[in-house]
Ligand binder design. Structure first.
Ligand code: ZN
Length: 386
């Protein structure tokens, strides 16, 4: 019987997400010297790509061989007008070879092709080739949470303009504060960190199925007692003592990405999927979900914590043999669409609810990534210190 709790798994994934983000940031520092490009290029870009915003007909992406995961994520990025608003302002690389391996540029080309309004679906082959330069293999089934992180990091790393990098971070980055408090004295440490997704466990610390998305959020922010072999060394007490570990929410971005940890590593030999019923709301107010103690934010920050569901990346099948599709609510038309590779059709909220999952249907479709959009956009986030 596996003893690893959902909570521990959550922390592990969180560390992974953080280290990946930091890794990308470190690499980005090395690229700074190439950051300046001639300004004339930007102007040319506006003239080439300026018109396409007028058309918003959803367009499919052909499956070029196990590319359903990539296709679903591309649709989620490109249907987000806040994201495309940034993408349209990138610096176009000068040479053809640079263009071929520039992720944001290739994404922009794909967007342009999709929005020229002539075809029902377009091929993401050039984009997939571009990704292969960065060891993202084409024709293999990816994990959507991993691939989302990779795409985001590559896009951010290759955006040359600092202002765009900042805007991209503002759009997606979640800020939290991790607390560790000695239970024998008053010693406490705090650490600010950032995440691209909230990795929510779908099981509680006793491996019981959580019943709603709100329960998953409460479980994620629930303080954990570190006792027995998990005790930490307290500087003030001079010995190992029990600690209370907690995480406080500091800032939520315009586009909030939630990763439902439905792939369980509990039995180390193989990964299985947790398909149980887990409803998520169309409207999510974090002030109603978290307690005062679980937040480290002022009233104006918290006032903006009201969200509306924007997209669901759903997975059906098993880990080794599965399929992804994306349900996205068009921000311009306010209608739900299902993007299933080259097939795009309008759907209802009831269709989206089919991704809640069902314990008896292990092969059935389940939501895996949820994207929520802030209802009332906020001024750029300044951040906190200490
Ligand atoms: Zn102490």
């Amino acid at each position: 019987m596996g003893q690893r709790s959902g909570r521990e798994e959550g922390s592990k994934k969180l560390e992974l997400a953080l280290s990946k983000t930091m890794e990308a940031e470190a690499k980005e520092q090395n690229n700074e010297e190439e950051a300046e490009e001639p300004k004339a290029k930007d102007q040319r870009l506006t003239s080439v790509f300026g018109v396409a915003d007028l058309k918003n007909e959803p367009v499919g992406l052909y499956n070029i061989g196990r590319s359903c995961c990539l296709n679903s994520l591309l649709q989620v990025f490109l249907m987000n007008t806040h994201f495309t608003g940034i993408l349209r302002r990138i610096t176009v690389p000068l040479r053809a070879a640079q263009k071929r391996k520039n992720v944001p540029y290739q994404m922009l080309l794909l967007l342009e092709e999709m929005q020229c309004g002539k075809r029902k679906a377009v091929s993401p082959i050039a984009f997939a080739c571009c990704l292969s330069v960065y060891r993202v293999k084409p024709f293999v089934q990816h994990d959507a949470a991993q691939l989302f992180l990779t795409l985001w990091n590559l896009t951010k790393k290759q955006m040359k303009k600092l202002e765009l990098v900042e805007e991209l971070s503002d759009l997606y980055i979640i800020c939290v504060q991790e607390h560790l408090a000695c239970q024998k004295c008053s010693f406490e440490t705090k650490r600010n960190s950032s995440m691209l997704t909230l990795p929510l466990p779908v099981l509680d610390s006793n491996s019981c199925m959580l019943k709603t998305l709100e329960d998953c959020l409460q479980s994620f922010f629930h303080p954990e007692e570190l006792t027995d072999h998990n005790m930490c060394f307290c500087e003030q007490c001079g010995r190992k003592t029990p600690f209370l570990q907690s995480m406080k929410l500091v800032h939520l971005p315009q586009t909030l990405t939630i990763h439902l940890q439905r792939f369980s590593f509990e039995k180390s030999a193989y990964i299985h999927k947790l398909s149980h019923h887990l409803p998520f709301p169309q409207n999510l107010d974090f002030r109603a979900v978290l307690t005062e103690n679980q937040c480290q934010a002022d009233d104006s920050e918290k006032a903006a914590w009201q969200y509306e569901l924007f997209a669901v990346v759903a997975h059906s099948g098993s880990i080794s043999c599965g399929h992804y599709c994306a349900y996205i609510r068009s921000l311009t038309e306010c209608k739900w669409y299902c993007f299933n590779d080259s097939e795009v059709c309008q759907v209802s909220w009831d269709d989206v609810k089919c991704t809640y999952g069902h314990s008896n249907l292990h092969w059935g479709e389940t939501a895996y990534l949820l994207f929520y959009m802030k209802k009332h956009p906020q001024l750029p986030y300044v951040g906190v210190s200490g």
